[in-house]
Write a protein that binds this ligand. Sequence first.
Ligand code: NAD
Length: 332
Amino acid sequence: MTLGADRQPMRKLLEGRVALVTGAGRGIGRAHALALAAAGAAVLVNDLGGDFRGEGASDAEPAEAVAARIRADGGRALADAGSVADWESARIMVERAVSCLGGLDIVVNNAGICRFATVEEMSREDWALQIGVNLTGTAAVCHWAAHYWRSLGPRAGRAIINTSSPAGTNPVAGSPAYCASKAAVAAFTVAAAAELADLGARVNAIAPMARTRMTLAVAAHEEAMRPVESGFDRLAPERIAPLIVYLAGEHCRFTGRVFGIEGDDLFVFEGWSAEHHFNNGRRPWSVEELERALASVDRQDRGYYIAPSKRIAGPSPTDETLALLERARRER
Ligand SMILES: NC(=O)c1ccc[n+]([C@@H]2O[C@H](COP(=O)([O-])OP(=O)(O)OC[C@H]3O[C@@H](n4cnc5c(N)ncnc54)[C@H](O)[C@@H]3O)[C@@H](O)[C@H]2O)c1
């Protein structure tokens, strides 16, 4: 038994394993890195050190500080300031974990950025940066980890945990590129799980919700994100980390799944499923037949979501979404 990141007793479930956590200098990723280290893993702490929009100069300090904290607590850790969006930097991250920490067993693709711009407002850069960090960054690190594992052959105990979002599982107005990147991470996770099973690697994704600089920037979240004075702080970033340790553990059997987590709420997503099925009796559909068949499901009450637990009904943007868009416009 040892003390975990939130000073709770934690078993050394991951003793002798090596983890790579991207975007681990701040927020949710920082808590993941500390929890994995507290569970016994050596950690390559990656973070480019930019702002949540993917702007500004890069800064090695956040990753260095987390690695130093792990070492001060008696663990093994190394900092890395490469960008996950760069295919070659992703290769170097994997190589550094192997050469400096002795291998690679666990990959947590957490690095992400978010920009608020509607379909009309977004620039090519808004689109490319979010897809580049959130989706390409996830794919690149998985690619190089898979190469490394293939070179060693099958071995049990390998795990990848990707980071989707409630905005990917239940998209919202205001950040379509972010939603698309996070939905794609979920799809990528399911496909990668099927492909990497023969290497003994399980691949899952989380859709977290926590108080970080990213969510604090969203006007719609301000009230919910306020720290609590006392008692259970359900939106602290540390609330997500136990799920990462669980999914990384050798006893975990899940693969190809997406788990939502927000404080004390845990969700298991079942992916896209057809809620309605019609068959036209071995005849092609005519436009009129389609119209008749679909009339029974032509409803506009599916609603918007800002989090798995907070469904906002109605086909139009809500006041919260409009407030978010207004604020994002002012900040541009
Ligand atoms: N906070 C939430 O409620 C929430 C909700 C859904 C999804 N997420 C996702 O969780 C992850 C962590 O978000 P957070 O809220 O902790 O945000 P954050 O901004 O606090 O942390 C993200 C970290 O990623 C790093 N990063 C950004 N681009 C990078 C790159 N190219 N290479 C390496 N590192 C890079 C940043 O420097 C930062 O330290 C993100 O993928 C985010 O999309 C967060």
